[in-house]
Design a protein around this ligand. Structure first.
Ligand code: UD1
Ligand code: CA
Length: 456
């Protein structure tokens, strides 16, 4: 028996007032749709089908290649959207339907819903919850047996129905055959002139089949984003959820309202994260690190006891006991060793820096291999670009690069090579030697007195 998920993502999202399709608006650094796909895939569905329409190309581009898409040319309602996937439903399968604007749904709830649906032998099951303020959601109307009577959209409610606080999450489980049989019977005689998926449940019930309600207490999971205000609300919930998980694991987060951690980030015990820091992508941070304030770290690996202050690190690695910043910039491909110091206003790109080396202030280190115990002085520039291609610089172990030197690549400074400050190095510096590449100083005695007299 195949389990498929159909995710609806064709709507425009008018209330967002945006040129970007609604499901591509980001929550915690990922498009909403991606969160929904991730939850569905984690609940072990065999196949996800995304219904695209408004901004179809952009939406398709944003999702992983293995995910099927079907096009809903005109957005005639959620029921109509599911019809677009009709040909992908086989008769003995199971179908879960989700809406692309509900990014907080968890894998666990989806699995529980499916389990309930199967154990109870239902033909359709709707996930519901109770909201303090149900405004905007479809209301769950129950019959005298406390079973589902029907779902009524806010715009179609009577005053009496409007006070119902149990709402439709927009997440359902169907026996594929029941869904297939009901879809062609949908009509659009309602306030919005749309084919509502919610009516499918009534149709299935009218055929004498059992429709269940699976109600959860964590209302946050089903919160949908229809406006920018709801986007901010959902963002705050996701942020706090993730931050609480890290705090439970032994990470100190000084201000969880102002710390932004992606959901796949791993952080070790006793690390402290200061406010204004953003840690995203496939990042791993070791134990007892200090991160921030105001640091951005993405797709990077930090070992234990690393200290990062007000710096940006992308696609790089940092070894134990190393300090970065304040105001350092590690661009992609920076491989920083152990006990290294990268100080203020130092930029590193596609370069490895060996253990115990230092670049304490104001330097650019690009396309380089820097050995161990190397000192890179203030204002040193690795001139890696000749106007057409990038060239490599090597500084071997115990090298010393004096302040304000330029190393014009391709060039090598051999072991214990010493570059005098202010030099522009274009040739190899042999092992253990001093390279001076600048004019000698000349002093003109008494020269100042030959000028206009100094004003007293
Ligand atoms: C829908 C439900 C409502 C539920 C709420 C939960 C219906 C009729 N109503 O209302 O009961 O409480 O979600 O959040 O189902 N979409 C398409 N094609 C369309 C229309 C919509 O793909 O033709 C997609 C949208 O991109 C969106 C999702 O379906 O991701 C839901 O559509 P939306 O217009 O937001 O429905 P609601 O009015 O919020
Ligand atoms: Ca919605």
């Amino acid at each position: 028996m195949k389990l498929r998920a159909i995710i609806l993502a064709a709507g425009e999202g008018k209330r967002m007032r945006s040129k970007l399709p609604k499901v591509l608006h980001q929550v915690n650094g990922q498009p909403m749709l991606e969160h929904v796909i991730e939850a569905a895939e984690a609940s072990r569905v065999d196949e996800c089908i995304v219904v695209v329409g408004h901004g179809a190309d952009a939406v398709k581009e944003s999702i992983p290649g293995h995910i099927k898409t079907v096009l809903q040319q005109q957005q005639l309602g959620t029921g109509h959207a599911v019809m677009m996937a009709y040909d992908h439903l086989d008769d003995d399968g199971l179908v879960m339907v989700l809406y692309g604007d509900g990014p907080l749904i968890s894998e666990a709830t989806l699995s529980d819903l499916m389990k309930y649906h199967l154990e109870e032998g239902l033909s359709a099951t709707v996930l519901t919850t109770e909201l303090e303020n149900p405004h905007g959601y479809g209301r769950i109307l129950r019959n005298e047996n406390n079973e589902l009577d029907r779902i009524v959209e806010e715009k179609d409610t009577t005053a009496e129905e409007r006070i119902v606080r149990e709402v439709n999450s927009g997440i359902y489980c169907f026996a594929a055959a029941s869904l297939k049989a009901a879809l062609p019977k949908l009509q659009n005689n309602n306030a919005q002139g749309e084919y509502y998926l919610t009516d499918v449940l009534t149709i299935i019930k009218e055929q004498g089949l059992r429709v269940g309600i699976y109600k959860i207490s964590d209302y946050e999971e089903i919160m949908a984003v229809n406006s920018r205000q709801q986007l901010a609300e959902v963002e705050a919930i996701m942020r706090l959820r993730i931050n609480r998980k890290h705090m439970d694991n032994g990470v100190t987060i000084i201000n969880p309202d102002h710390t932004y951690i992606g959901k796949n980030v791993i952080i070790g015990q006793d690390t402290i994260v200061y406010p204004g820091s953003s840690i995203k992508g496939k990042t791993t941070i070791g134990e007892a690190c200090m991160i921030g304030p105001n640091s951005n770290i993405e797709d990077s690996q930090l070992a234990d006891n690393v200290k990062i202050e007000s710096s940006t690190i992308t696609d790089s690695s940092v070894g134990e006991h190393t300090t970065i910043g304040p105001y350092a910039y590690l661009r992609p491909g920076s491989r920083i060793g152990r006990h290294v110091k990268i100080g203020d206003f130092v930029e590193v790109k596609n370069a490895s820096i060996g253990d115990y080396s230092k670049a304490s202030h104001l330097a650019y280190i690009g396309d380089a291999e820097v050995g161990r115990h190397v000192n890179i002085g203030c204002g040193v520039v690795f001139a890696n670009y000749d106007g057409s291609k990038k060239n490599k610089t090597v500084v071997e172990d115990y090298g010393f690069i004096g302040s304000n030197a330029n190393l014009v690549a391709p060039v090598i400074v051999r072991e214990r090579g010493y570059v005098a400050s202010g030099s522009t190095i274009t040739k190899e510096v042999p092992k253990g030697s001093l390279a001076i590449a600048r004019c000698r100083q000349e002093n003109k005695e008494g020269w100042v007195d030959t000028k206009e007299p100094v004003k007293k």
